[in-house]
Every structure is written in C-alpha cells, then in structure tokens.
Design a protein around this ligand. Structure first.
Ligand code: FAD
Length: 509
C-alpha cells in the first residue's frame, strides 16, 4: 500500500514526484515505458525521423476512423525526452479571455500570479537560459533567468540582426540546458540535436534528468517501469479511488494507495478515465460533467525551412524567438502567434518533410543552407475535438479551428525573411518550404480534462483535483483551459509543483 501513486513519468508526473519526494510519504511512479536506451541512434535522424525508432507502434483512429501511428513517446521522462526544451511561461493575458479570428479563447479560473512562483522554481530546476526583458510579451517577473542566454552561433546572429533591422523584435529563446550535467561532465558531446531527439549526454533539461532522478534519490520514492495502468478502480460509493490495475510485463497486478495523481499525458489520461467507467461513472471516471476527453487542443504548428543563399554551418540554432505577432498588433485585429528557431535540420529531416521528391544531393545542398523556424498559433477549445475509446481503440477526433491567424503568421514571417535576406531561387518556387504539423504529431496535446470552478463544465478544480473524486488529481497537459501559443511544458511542470506543494501542505499531512 502506497501513500501516493503517480501514473506517468513525463513532465507532470516527474515534477510531481520531485515535489512530493521530501514528504516522507511512500510514493510509487508507474510508467508504461522503459528508460530510453543510451545508444548512438539517439542522434541519428534516419533512425529518429524515418524509422520512428522511439515512438509507439500503437495505432489510433482519426475522426473518420482512419488509422494512424501517433508520434507518442512512452518512456521514462515521457515526451520531454524528445522535446525541444523551449521553456516558456504562458503570457499574463493568456489566462484571460482573448478574441481570435476563429472565436474566443476562454479565461482560466486561475491567474498568472498563481503560477508565477512555480514558473521561477521550474526555470531553476530545468536550467533555463534566457534574458528577462528581451521578449516584448513576457509576463511580469522581477528575478532574472537563472542562467544567461545561450549565445547565437554566427549565422543565427546574422539572421537575428537582419530580422531586427527589418523591424521585428527577436529575443533570446528561453531554453532548458544543463551545460554541466553531473552524469556526463566529461562527455565529448556538444550542444547539437534537440527537437525530436533524446539527449544521451543529458544536456537537454528533460523531466527525467531534472526532476525524476532527483526524486528517486529519496528512499521513499519508487519507479516501476514497463507497467501500463489499465484501469482506475473506485470503492463502492464511487467517491474514492482505491487502486490501479496494471499490466506489468504481461502480468496483471493491482496496486493500492491513498492518493492518486494521473499524469499520463492529456490524451492517455482522458482515455484511461474513459476506460475506467463503472456503475457510478457509466460514461467514464470523473466524467459527471461529460467533459473528459473534450476540448482537445494541440496548437496550429508549422515547421518552416528558409533556404538562404549563405550556408548555415550552425550546430545549435535554437537561440531566438519572435513574439511581435503574439497579440493583436501591427495592424491585426486578432493575435497571429509565436515564432521560434528550431534545431538545425539535416538532409534526412529535410527529405522526410520535403513536399516533392528529389535526389539525395539536393537535400544535402538544402540542408547546408537551411535556417529552421517553428511557428505556433493558438487553437481554440471545441467540445467536439475529443479523445474517445472505441472497442478498446483510441480515437482522436479533431477539426482544425482558428487557422486564419496561423496563415497570416506564416505570411508575415515569409515577408520578413524575403525583405531581410538573400535566398536560393532554384529550389521549388523560391526561398522556403513549410510543413503543417498534423494529428499524428500530438506533441503539444492539452485540454482534455479542463480546469474550472463549475463541476458541471470542467473535470478538475483549481488544484487539479477531479471534481467527482476525493483522492484523484490529474496533472498533465489536460488541465489547460486554453492553449496559448507558446510551448506547454513549463506550465505543466509549474502546475505540478503548485499542486504538489498543495498536497504536502493541505492533504498529505
Ligand atoms: C518532438 C517534441 C518536441 C517538443 N518540444 C517542446 C518544447 O520545446 N517545449 C515545450 O514546452 N514542450 C515541447 N513538447 C511538448 C512536451 O514534451 C509536452 O508538453 C510534455 O511532455 C507533456 O507532459 P505530460 O506530463 O502531459 O505528458 P508526457 O510528458 O507525455 O508524459 C506522460 C507519461 O505517461 C506515460 N503513460 C501514458 N499512459 C500510461 C499508462 N496507461 N500507464 C502508465 N504510464 C502511462 C507515458 O509513457 C509518459 O511517460 C514537445 C514534444 C515533442 C514530442
């Protein structure tokens, strides 16, 4: 019997384990995957992008019942082992209502101030480099980033300067990087691949290296890997979770605890709740509101590769972002979104994303010149965009919304690039190509167990407790009420620390 069972060891679960570790309570983290193996393939783009070596082989259904293989990573550290480590706070106004081209982004029941101290704590824990005050949309904070901004490599500095001269206000990207990891202090690796690649050198600040490993130094914290939770079990009254049914290496076991934290990721947490329906909750556990699985969001995302005339020998290009279009500004009545640099692409990534086939050497030339951008715009919560489970199979129904702002964001970036730099004219129609990120890449998944004060319209309260159950907290991307247009992980981790602190002070005493 444990005091606390945490389901999932990703951003939310690892941060929760970290926060609860010094409580002296008996804590078990249950993770369906294993540790990501440390191997040379970690940095091999053919293995990572073409052969999908590290993503699940499970398939899901889209809204039309068509099967697809999602880019989900089931392993210790969750999706943060593969993330880009761009660690942004939501903007202060993201917590309020915002009008968009496609409708209204609703207000949260908490404000930026509720998360602010935890954001700061996570920035320390996850070694965030940045320059406070350089981002024009940044929320209030009196303390500097814990670490100085990562310097731009020369070619990236040129692009930064060109875009500044054009009239934009690029700023240092907040990135979580542990430049001196204890484990690999003498390793020969330098900062290189981030987005989509695990970092065996542990310089990328992920949830395992920054939070879980520290929690596991405490004798009261255990991790069970290769253990997939199949069902949450309640007592007769349906008020309380008593245990979880787990498939551990093919054997089914039941594990019991006094308190449960569900951190399986926005999609899997919703699916697990739906799969745990019982006589008290015939449409899914914690689902008296009928909101479990609904309001799925994952942003409008585009990778845009600019093919300049100048070569780009950069190793690590993720050092600036642009938020000039984050709000309604520069002649626009509504927000467009956020732009940041991506890790430097190579010929294999470009070939995988290319809109047309071409001989290999073409991709090599392109990669030598490419400068990589990532564009994110807000998608709006829609109850019909949802996770369901049909005959045991996950279904992700999603119809894009609020697309106009994203299109304009792309146009604005292309206009700025064209006006500020020189481009290869012989590739395709000119100087860039881009790829929208579809349903099969649910990297920024959020919103399926939304937070609210009205238990008929939301799944969890302002401390992520399920309205319907006295001992279930859901702490992963699911609590998001709106998606904002910056990357979600810092907010998930900050919320986990906030809820963990609340549990220690008020619930687990
Ligand atoms: C390629 C990529 C790049 C990204 N880049 C960024 C970035 O730069 N910045 C940023 O902020 N975000 C980024 N993200 C998103 C970020 O990784 C996620 O927002 C974050 O990891 C979500 O945290 P979570 O706790 O909700 O879920 P996850 O981190 O996905 O963790 C969920 C965990 O639960 C486990 N699990 C699932 N089901 C079960 C079950 N039934 N039983 C037991 N365990 C289970 C999973 O295996 C996983 O370990 C990126 C994601 C990807 C994939």
């Amino acid at each position: 019997m444990y005091d606390v069972i945490i389901i999932g060891s990703g951003a939310g679960g690892s941060a929760m384990a970290f926060e609860l570790a010094d409580s002296n309570k008996k804590i078990l983290v249950i993770e369906r995957g294993d540790y990501v193996p440390l191997e040379k393939e970690n940095w091999d783009s053919i293995e990572v992008f073409e052969r999908n070596r590290y993503t699940t082989t499970d398939t899901w259904l889209d809204k039309d019942g068509k099967e697809f293989r999602p880019g989900m990573h089931y392993n210790v550290g969750g999706n943060t082992k593969f993330y880009g480590s761009a660690l942004f706070r939501l903007r202060e106004d993201d917590f309020g209502e915002i009008k968009h081209f496609g409708g209204t982004s609703p207000a949260w029941p908490i404000t930026y101030k509720d998360l602010q101290p935890y954001y700061l704590e996570v920035e320390k824990l996850f070694c965030v480099h940045g320059l406070r005050g350089s981002d024009p949309t940044e929320p209030p904070e009196t303390q500097p980033y814990p670490l100085p901004p990562l310097p731009h490599e020369p070619r990236i500095k040129e692009v930064f300067d060109q875009l500044t001269a054009y009239g934009l206000h690029p700023f240092y990207l907040p990135v979580g990087v542990n430049l001196n990891p204890h484990k690999t202090a003498n390793s020969p690796y330098i900062l290189d691949r981030f987005d989509g690649f695990p970092d065996a050198a542990e310089r990328k600040a992920d949830a395992q290296s920054c939070a879980l490993s520290k929690a596991l130094e405490h004798p009261n914290v255990e991790l069970m890997t290769n253990a997939k939770v199949l069902k949450l079990i309640t007592d007769e009254s349906g008020q309380k979770i008593t245990g979880v049914l787990v498939d551990h290496l093919g054997e089914q076991i039941t594990l019991e605890a006094g308190l449960f934290v569900l951190s399986a990721g926005a999609i899997n947490s919703a699916a697990l709740l739906l799969d745990s329906a019982n006589k008290n909750f015939p449409t899914g556990l914690a689902n008296h509101s009928d909101q479990v699985g609904r309001n799925y969001m994952f942003h409008q995302n585009t990778a845009l590769i600019a093919l300049y005339t100048e070569p780009n020998p950069t190793r690590f290009g993720k050092t600036f972002g642009i938020n000039d279009f984050y709000r309604a500004a520069r002649g626009y009545e509504f927000p467009l979104g956020h732009i940041q640099m991506l890790g430097k692409s190579d010929e294999h990534q470009i070939s995988a994303d290319s809109p047309v086939p071409a001989p290999g050497f073409t991709f090599e030339i392109m990669a030598k010149h490419a400068v990589d951008f990532w564009l994110t715009s807000e998608d709006l919560p829609d109850p019909d965009n949802r996770v369901t489970v049909e005959n045991g199979k996950m279904k992700l129904s999603y119809t894009p919304n609020n697309e106009r702002g994203h299109e304009l964001l792309k146009e604005e970036l292309v206009k700025a690039l064209k006006a500020s730099g020189k481009f290869q004219s012989f590739f395709f129609k000119g100087y860039y190509f881009s790829k929208g990120i579809g349903l099969a890449s649910p990297a920024h998944q959020n919103g399926t167990t939304r937070m609210g004060t009205d238990s008929t319209k939301s799944v969890v309260d302002t401390f992520c407790k399920a309205h319907d159950l006295e001992n279930l907290y859901i702490v992963d991307g699911g609590f998001f009420v709106s998606s904002g247009a910056v990357n979600p992980a810092l907010t998930i981790i900050a919320m986990a620390l906030r809820v963990g602190m609340h549990l220690k002070n008020k619930v687990l005493k």
